[in-house]
Design a protein around this ligand. Structure first.
Ligand code: URA
Length: 436
């Protein structure tokens, strides 16, 4: 087999055999195929696409490129939850404790933020003392004792994805159905859970911009998960504007606590309860989704979700008192208000622009090795459809570098469009896939 022949074949739109896909994945992971050839291959896939069979092969060879985790020492049906990436998406911090409070064993591996999207591990690391690099046996013990643990993904799980994703990120080849599917599902299928819940984001702050694209991605991932013997469901949810009001690591932790205290923004509360309800159903602890959602809502209302969050934080070395004293979280030295320049209604609140502005306050990284400012980010005071007067605060930026804040403030202002008429109300949960 020859790398150039495989690249040319895909460039010309010809279907690849499983052995050819295996050759590319194994060769690149082992360092035998250089970045420039893999880049050309990925671009060929981007333009020519892969059919379902090719995508299944790609997912499988990426899955077995490293360790496949054994979580059998954890009692009960383990359900993993994964978001395809968004802005202000702190649902794991709420959904995990809610589902765990209802008896679902939550053993989750999460990633860091990159570009305009945030990552759960960075958010958790803003909690003083919280450890995200935990040995496997400690991880399993915590889930058995406290019902929930969330750790950073180790390099041993789907290392092919780690390498290929980093290359896609710098070669303009992220937004392809087969590449996204294989990237997400190879990791999820190797991570040892019994069932998988996918939150497929759709809109300006997501990789999938339209409902049709998001549905295609959701359907393909659900089919691959189910075919692999893991019950898999997906939710298509709106990411046209950021989720909730906080964007940035410690700001999002604080908002997640608000949600668990029953006083968080309506959108993130609704989505979190829905996702937790679906996890409860997938775990076999509810007869249908509606019953699962009822249980999740009861855990929120009774404060059991908040108690579970405190136990989870304490178990991983963090300070649970952050739920009572928010000043224990990292605080930014500076803040800057962005104000409305006219009267009207917010007709656009571009999630990607807010994500980039937040990244530029210091909250995100441009390269994998960059340090993040855990206190930095943006709090939105207005959301889509809100009515504003000239001079009203649209959002407040936080950070430790005033030059960065000034530039980010200009970007944040550009994310808002103000018009004369209120826009149509958007649906947050657009569709669920896999409950047919
Ligand atoms: N998240 C992933 O893990 N991989 C992708 O390709 C896109 C989002």
């Amino acid at each position: 087999m020859n790398t150039v022949d495989i690249i040319i074949k895909k460039r010309n739109g010809v279907k690849l055999a499983p052995e050819e896909i295996k050759y590319m994945v194994e060769g690149y992971t082992a360092g035998n195929i250089p970045d420039y050839q893999m880049s050309a291959f990925l671009m060929a896939v981007y333009f020519s696409g892969m059919d379902r069979e090719e995508t299944v092969s790609l997912t499988e060879y990426m899955r077995v490129s490293g360790d496949v985790v054994d979580l059998s020492r954890i009692k009960g049906i383990k359900v993993d939850k994964h978001s395809t990436g968004g802005v202000g998406d702190k649902t794991t911090l709420v959904v995990g404790p809610l589902a765990a409070a209802c008896g679902v064993p939550v053993a989750k591996m999460s990633g860091r933020g990159l570009g305009f999207t945030g990552g759960t591990i960075d958010k958790l690391e803003s909690i003083p003392g919280f450890q995200t690099a935990v040995e496997e046996c400690e991880f399993i013990n915590q889930v058995n004792e406290r019902g929930i643990a969330v750790i950073g993904q180790t390099g041993h799980i789907a290392p092919a994805d780690k390498k290929i994703y980093a290359l896609r990120d710098v070669t303009g080849t992220v937004e392809n159905l087969s590449l996204i599917t294989s990237s997400i599902m190879s990791k999820k299928l190797a991570a040892g859970s019994d069932a998988i819940l996918l939150d497929v984001k759709c809109g300006s702050g997501a990789f999938m911009k339209t409902v049709e694209e998001a549905e295609k991605l959701g359907r393909l991932m659900v089919d691959i998960g189910n075919d692999s013997g893991k019950k898999t469901m997906a939710v298509i949810s709106d990411m046209e504007q950021p989720l909730g009001r906080a964007v940035g690591n410690s700001l999002e932790v604080s908002e997640a606590i608000d949600v668990l205290q029953g006083r968080g923004p309506a959108d993130i509360t609704e989505l979190s309860v829905q996702l937790a309800g679906m996890m409860i159903y997938l775990s076999g602890l509810a007869g249908n989704i509606a019953e699962g959602v009822e249980k999740a809502a009861a855990a929120l209302q009774s404060g059991r979700g908040l108690e579970k969050f405190r136990s989870f934080v304490e178990g991983q070395g963090g300070d649970p008192e952050i739920t009572r004293s928010r000043e224990l979280l990292p605080q930014a030295a500076h803040s800057m208000e962005v104000k409305a320049e006219r009267d009207g209604f917010i007709t656009t609140l571009d999630a990607m622009k807010i994500g980039l502005a937040s990244q530029h306050t210091g909250a995100g990284r441009q390269r994998k090795e960059d340090q993040v400012d855990l206190s930095a980010g943006i709090v939105l005071h207005q959301k889509l459809g809100d009515s504003v007067s000239r001079g009203d605060v649209l959002c407040v930026l936080y950070g430790n570098d005033q030059t960065k804040l000034r530039l980010a403030a200009e970007e944040a202002l550009a994310a808002f469009e103000i018009g004369d008429n209120a826009p149509e109300k958007r649906k947050l949960i657009i569709k669920t896939i896999g409950d047919e």
